[in-house]
Design a protein. Structure first.
Length: 399
């Protein structure tokens, strides 16, 4: 059975062009870039070329780039590094409540060490309210963290305005751009954040490769010790294939971004329209205007999301209920709850995230299979309506 993969926000397949590009560094060019011999220094040169390439692609001439093992490490590096590096100025942090767990859990860990964190909820559109942010600022606020786009809803946040405000107040601003790099234009010069995180495997590069981009002059402490790599801020032997592959993958993604974004948006909109027309009692979660092109998050009432995903998986459709990092949890999405969505409705949420491998036939397959799966589950649903309403009658009404 062919798998219809609609979980690209969780991870993407490596582009074959990237695999071909990094193959020599997985085999013959295996040398340690910290070695002083010629082969090692040649590998070092390729790493520095990759660093320069990523900075150019992201318009980050005023930034330093530190390679990490991925987005989670980079978020930890950014938040803890900024908190401990600036704690003499204050110990108050502002964090949106829709952040990835790599951010929220890091902030919670800092609370145990005496930092205070204010968590900002959003409106039903999933967008952080700038007035709420401004009212939360204190004299001892040292860091604000708001993601560029949410991994579950795809909703894009007003990061440029937040960065501008934080700069006026002398507060460090961190944004997790894991879900936007390679998907929509990401200019560090334009956004103006002090700390920006990207992750290779979200744009068809190798896993276990990410980066923290730090605006020059931003004070940040290292998380680890034991080597001089990455200007003593991120020690450890560099992941040469991952780094070189990340730069190549970003280069390809940026070059294809416009046409691929239009194509994915058309597929996403077709999928959304079909679901709303074919299945009653469905709501789209988050702003329908301010989204990355390939993400659709819907709540299907009177069904349980995990059961829905398992049935779809049996039919060869791979989707998600939210973040892959919390997929083992049976609790509803913290993102949807923060948006004010009722617990029982959030339980029926499902995220479709499209990518380069998807086409119209995938969308049509979902629209054929999903209504039947929902109909079957609603017959046995413990949520909401009387059991007798979950049969054919509920589908006799138009949405």
């Amino acid at each position: 059975m062919k798998t219809i993969y609609l979980d690209h926000n969780a991870t993407t397949p490596m582009d074959k062009r990237v695999l071909d590009f990094i193959y020599p560094y997985l085999t013959d060019e295996f040398y340690n870039p910290s070695s002083i011999h010629l082969p090692g220094q040649q590998v070092r040169e390729e790493i520095e070329k990759s660093r320069k390439k990523i900075l150019e692609l992201l318009e980050g001439e005023n930034y330093n780039l530190y390679f990490t093992s991925g987005g989670t490490e980079a978020d930890n590096f950014a938040i803890q590094g900024a908190a401990y590096g600036n704690q003499k100025k204050g110990r108050h942090i502002i964090c949106s409540s829709i952040e990835h767990h790599a951010v929220i859990d890091t902030c919670k860990a800092l609370e145990k060490d005496g930092f205070e964190v204010t968590y900002l909820s959003t409106g039903s559109d999933g967008v952080v309210n700038l007035d709420d942010l401004k009212q939360s600022i204190r004299k001892d606020t040292i860091l604000v963290t708001v993601m560029h786009a949410n991994n579950e809803t795809g909703v894009i946040q007003p990061v440029e305005e937040i960065a501008r405000f934080c700069r006026e107040k002398g507060i460090i601003f961190h944004t997790d751009a894991v879900q936007t790099a390679g998907k929509i234009p990401l200019s560090l010069k334009k956004i103006g954040a002090d700390l920006v995180v990207i992750s290779s495997h979200k744009f068809y590069g190798p896993k276990a490769a990410g980066a923290l981009l730090v605006r020059k002059g931003t004070r940040i402490f290292p998380l680890f010790h034991g080597g001089s790599q990455e200007k003593n801020l991120r020690p450890g032997t560099e992941n040469t294939p991952g780094i070189i592959g990340m730069a190549r993958a970003l280069e390809i993604a940026v070059s294809e971004m416009e046409t691929e974004g239009i194509r994915q948006k058309e597929l996403r909109d077709r999928l959304e329209e079909g679901i709303l027309n074919l299945i009653p009692d469905v709501q789209v979660n988050g702003s329908r205007e301010k989204r990355v092109p390939g993400t659709l998050n819907v709540s299907i009432k009177y069904v349980e999301g995990e059961a829905l995903l398992m049935y779809l998986s049996d039919e060869g459709i791979a989707a998600s209920s939210g973040s892959a990092c919390s997929s083992s949890s049976l609790e509803p999405s913290h993102v949807l709850l923060s948006m004010g969505i009722a617990h029982e409705i959030a339980h029926g949420s499902i995220r479709f995230s499209l990518g380069k491998m998807n086409g119209e036939e995938d969308v049509e397959a979902v629209l054929k299979i999903l209504p039947e799966v929902v109909k079957k589950l609603r017959r046995f649903s413990p949520f909401g309506k009387d059991k007798e309403e979950f049969g054919e009658n509920v589908y006799a009404h138009t949405h």
